[in-house]
Design a protein around this ligand. Sequence first.
Ligand code: MG
Length: 393
Amino acid sequence: MTIPPLDAIASVETFIIDVPRETPYLGPLKDGEFINDKGYLIRTGNRSIYPASDLTVLIKMTGESGQVGWGETYGIAAPEAVKAIIDNLLAPVIIGRDPSDAAVIHEDLYDLMRVRGFITGYYVDALAGVDIACWDLYGQLTGLTVAQLLGGRRHSTLPAYVSGLPKATLAERCDLAVEWVAKGYRAIKFAAAVSDEGIVQEMAALREAVGPDVDLMVDLHWKFEASEAIRLIRRLEPHTLYFAEAACQPEDTEGQARVAHGIGVPQALGEEWRTVYEYRPRFEARAMGIIQPEIGHTGITQFARITTMAQAFHMRVIPHASISIGIFTAASLQATAAVQRVPYHEYQHSIFDRNLRFTDGDMGCVEGHYAIPTGPGLGVVPNDDVFNYIRKV
Ligand code: MG
């Protein structure tokens, strides 16, 4: 007997969203840093490029029924590339497919380009956005949340850790940390890329400022060779470090494992990996104790597979949060709600709070906890305001 389709994908549209911000992500510009004529700056602390505005790519998937699913993907650098991949390659291929085949569609789209070597990067980011839209449409059609579609809603809230203290001086960053604790947050991560007074000094000062009961984490921004990283993290441990993130360069799988085995706290890794194929060698090498999947890169299908694999390796999941107008943040909360061992979800306060105005739904983050939206699919939809920020290509 043939199972009737729930719906058929009729159209897939993409929008580059560009929301100006007063202070660039990671805080004010430092000496030698400037915004170029395309709107990007290079952080001297970690040699990485960032947009001066909030850049992202929205995906609207409409079924023949008229029902709509929304997706969003990582658009931090050259969002035009992701848009072109979706418009020219992915969308035409999936017209007519049943959105309830979301994971199957994801695998089929991945297969299109694997022999050409596009097994990560912009191509897989484009897949992630389409995948999120597909799962949302599936949820809209069934009335179920994505968490339910993934096997069950284990959490209705998630503890949020405050990510980054975007102030120019260590004294100001300590004051900001104290403010967050007063608002009910129990975990804070600082960014080594902007710890100009010294990373150990910053850790010591923050611990002094917030007291013993707050979990403190450090993002080392891929700055160190493995032995250097081990020595440094060992010096942070007496100040009770909760995790050390991304000590070595992303390509250095062996160095990542050496760090994990040489320190007395969990290493947290994974924000830049997109598939189980990238995670697998690190799982096998026990290169981390905590994984940080970024759903803007993984989509829901790979996020679910990666987090399931993490459970088999007895690693905890603390999802990454990047620049989003709220759609892939909701996807991350939904997919995380189905995961068992989740001590925290990252909270990019300087992005999440100001962009919450772009979505309708009951998503929020107050007093140290995210509220996972309860509506069907992702549980949030973009509202009209976001379309005032479409960038014309
Ligand atoms: Mg990071």
